[in-house]
Design a protein around this ligand. Sequence first.
Ligand code: PGA
Length: 244
Amino acid sequence: MLVIRAKNYEELSRKAAKYIANQVELKPNSVLGLATGSTPVGTYKELIRYCQEEGLSFRKIRTVNLDEYYGLRPDHEQSYRHFMDHNLFDHIDILKENTHVPDGLTQDPCAFGEAYDEMISVLGGIDLQLLGIGSNGHIAFNEPNQHFVAPTHLVKLSQNTLEDNARFFDSIDEVPPQAITMGMRSIMRAKRILILASGVNKAEAVKGMLEGEIDPMLPASILQLHPDVVLIADNEALSLCTPE
Ligand code: PGA
């Protein structure tokens, strides 16, 4: 894994956006795997600037998102469909029909998961997957577990994640307890992976991901097995790592 250090969140966002913009320029019909959460917001802002001020076009780009809260309607303020529209898609020249976010209302999560993974294959697989990392080491909503789960699936969110995400809701009781998440198969099949980490609350998870054993109790550690992963992290997120 290549580690790129940023001095702070702003620099991290600029470097990440540049990395994604290069992918879009080199392959204008790329399939981008996209993430939600606080971390990519600055990156998306910078990508919007590239599009609006520097002529970067997303016209042929296809996107697949990592996850969606189970039970939230796409127009719910905290749904990840709403997040993506609001933070990126509404401000760039992407065609909405080329953007895919898991269906949080599916009645049959198992069949939906299979269809979502199949759709990703039919698109040609993910060219560049953007990831965040949870303070518990989750990627997408693949929570610490006894084993890695391969397909897109319904997952029960951990207490740690409910607490982390309560800040977006009026209270922790309003955080949906389940989500549909891309599993490890589609993530690990991505040709390239870019993972972002910012802030001291990610430091322990980042250290485990880079220096620990591969362990489903720290899901991001599976990325050690992928041949093309770049981590862009700020000084705080790297603060527990052994200096090179
Ligand atoms: P955050 O979430 O960007 O809001 O910290 C990251 C994640 O949970 O993957």
